[in-house]
Design a protein around this ligand. Structure first.
Ligand code: SF4
Length: 288
């Protein structure tokens, strides 16, 4: 549904706001921004027909650097904003972009419910396993033992696996990218935008200033493309691959066609009981 807006040939320059990113030199978020420009160009949306919603954090500054409509919202509250937007203007493509703290700590509850509702947005998480804006504290995706200002003797918490969380909560498009591979990342974003439902793309986006463990060098050695010729609807296989820590796979783990949240709302608004039943039956089938 988010793909319904008319598209034409456009240039990357048309998606740049003219504001220069304020990220540290070498920040992984530059690669994500470049991938987003390319994905927008590929889709060819008029910038005024697209919205980027973010939370709070270094990566959440991103709406300032694109010429689309943008909403730099409250920490962890991207999903309520995106949900309202999609209910009011379901035809608009919505990219949600922010960090791992925003998605899995402060916004963790919202993430779960957006996934199970199959909200038709593309959520791109710039995952650097640290809180950069507040100068280097352990985040939900920091590995156990990770040493920061907040955990000087090493974190005693285990890390959230974003893909496992998305898969178990019902997200219908689940992928992982790496900001050091912006071309492949742009392709994942295009696929996520074209998917009708909750698309999650967790992106390894290193923070060279505060995370000296999960660096570009580390990911270049660890990252591998997912095996080709897989059944992308095989949830068990997607979970098996998502659980692996060596290598760290990138690509599309899972894709499922299912009615989106907006489909259900639209069906109810149109008042046809048959349509509502069809959507509900499809949802019951998914989880039976
Ligand atoms: Fe990027 Fe880290 Fe600098 Fe924030 S602190 S802009 S995440 S390098």
């Amino acid at each position: 549904m988010s793909d319904s807006t008319a598209t034409v040939e456009r240039t990357i320059e048309q998606y740049k706001s003219g504001e220069h990113p304020t990220w540290c030199p070498g920040c992984g978020d530059f690669g994500v921004l470049n991938a987003a420009y390319n994905a927008m160009k590929e889709k060819g949306y008029d910038p005024k027909d697209m919205v980027v919603v973010s939370g709070i954090g270094c990566s959440s500054r991103l709406p300032f650097f694109v010429s689309t409509y943008g909403f730099h919202s409250v920490h962890g509250r991207t999903m309520p904003v995106a949900t309202g937007l999609k209910i009011a203007r379901p035809e608009l493509p919505v990219l949600v972009m922010g960090g791992d703290g925003d998605a899995f700590a402060i916004g963790g509850g919202h993430f779960i419910h957006a996934a199970r509702r199959n909200l038709n947005v593309t959520y791109i998480i710039m995952d650097n396993s640290i809180y950069g804006l507040t100068k280097g504290q352990t985040s939900p995706t920091s590995q156990a033992g990770f040493t920061t200002k907040s955990t000087p003797r090493g974190s005693v918490d285990r890390a959230v696996n974003p893909l496992m969380l998305a898969l178990t909560c019902g997200a219908t498009f689940v992928a992982r990218g790496f900001s050091g591979q912006p071309k492949e990342l742009a392709d994942l974003m295009v696929q996520g935008i074209e998917h009708n439902g909750f698309s999650v793309i967790d992106v390894y986006s290193p923070c060279p200033t505060f995370n000296k463990v999960n660096t570009f060098k580390y990911y270049r050695e660890m990252v591998r493309r997912l095996p080709e010729d897989r059944d992308l609807t095989d949830l068990g296989e997607a979970m098996r691959l998502a659980a692996q820590s060596d290598p760290l796979y990138v690509g599309v783990f899972y894709r499922e066609e299912a009615p989106s949240f907006e489909d259900g709302v639209e069906s109810q608004k149109s008042g046809t009981g048959a349509d509502t039943r069809r959507v509900l039956e499809a949802l019951f089938d998914r989880f039976s």
